[in-house]
Design a protein around this ligand. Structure first.
Ligand SMILES: [Zn+2]
Ligand SMILES: [Zn+2]
Length: 169
């Protein structure tokens, strides 16, 4: 959904209807559940503040099974016109994210998608204590208890130990 900056009224714009935004996420497994945003303008600066909640599909960092996660993000973004090459942008000292817009408009959907992605855990787990994949046979150890021997000692560790032994004590 493109928002034209000159069309933002002085009293600001409220975005509270997730359905009215249409398709926000490129990933069909992601869904915007709730959105409470204010879009305000101060001269050429645009401020987008509020919060959103989305359900997304992620992949467990250990067993690689898909999992449904909830992303809740607080949004505090300042948009400024993209500067001409060589110009610098004066940044505020507070912790607003600064983003750029071009040709008097910005894509609210893209902003929401980026903010949702930032709110996701980097290494999601399908459950506390997920057993992950067996390094030998690749089986999902949450599902099958395979009879593979335990993983041999990491050769990189052996090198370190060897090195430590040769250092003068
Ligand atoms: Zn897992
Ligand atoms: Zn195995």
């Amino acid at each position: 959904m493109m928002v034209r900056v000159p069309d933002i009224p002085t009293e600001g714009l409220g975005v509270t209807d997730a359905a009215a935004l249409g398709t926000v996420y490129r990933d069909p497994g992601w869904r915007l559940e709730d959105v409470q945003l204010r879009i305000e303008r101060d001269g050429l600066d645009v401020f987008v503040t509020g919060e959103l909640r989305a359900t997304v599909t992620q992949t467990c960092g250990r067993c690689l099974e898909p999992l449904a996660a909830t992303a809740a993000a607080a949004i505090n973004v300042r948009l400024v016109p993209r500067p001409a090459t060589g110009d610098t942008v004066e940044l505020f000292a507070d912790d607003l994210d600064v983003d750029f817009y071009e040709k008097d408009e910005f894509d609210l959907g893209a902003l929401i998608e980026a903010e949702t992605a930032l709110a996701l855990p980097m290494k999601p787990l399908c459950r506390e204590g997920c057993l992950g994949l067996c390094p030998v046979c690749g089986g999902n150890r949450n599902v099958v208890a395979c009879a593979c021997p335990p993983r041999p000692a990491d050769p990189r560790l052996a090198v370190l130990k060897d090195l430590a032994a040769r250092l003068p004590h």
